[in-house]
Design a protein. Sequence first.
Length: 200
Amino acid sequence: MGAVRRSVRLPTRRADWRLMARTARLVLTLPTYAVVAALAAVVALTVFVVSLNVTLVLDLVVGGSLPLASRLVVLTELYPFVGTSFHWSQGVLLLVVALLSGVDVALAVYHFREHGLNLRQGGAGAAGLVLGTLGAGCAACGSAVLLGLLSLLGVTTSLLFLPLDGLEFALLALVVLTLSVYWLAEGMRGGEINGCPVDI
């Protein structure tokens, strides 16, 4: 018996991008999934900014002697476009990754819940979501995480001199999350969302 290898599809055509946008729009018009996407995006962004400032958060926000209002101000100032921690381009990139994480989570929850899939049947979407989440987290951790892993293979500290100061990982997360959204949308092709057919 010859095993048929299924090739991995990538979003290379305009129709693929339209499918992704339409599927995301249809899922996010359902209030439950819009709330899931918003919560997931806020949680993702919070994880990103807190992981960049773990010591500050632990010392001042969690364990400090500041009043509650001051702790909340310190925490709020860590976010892009609120405080001065990020250049505008870094802030935009982190916001886009957080929003795409929210959309990805909402699509994954919809797909698994509405179609009764388990992780084995929906492996591509689940793998993309996990990789995207880890990749976005690495954007916040910067090059230190990759340096620790690659030091096992003999890579030196020259990795610390990445041109984007570790935001290369956010760009990688953007690619992985986009692929995950595409694979989830592709998996829902031919079905209906909120009474509307998904393009075949």
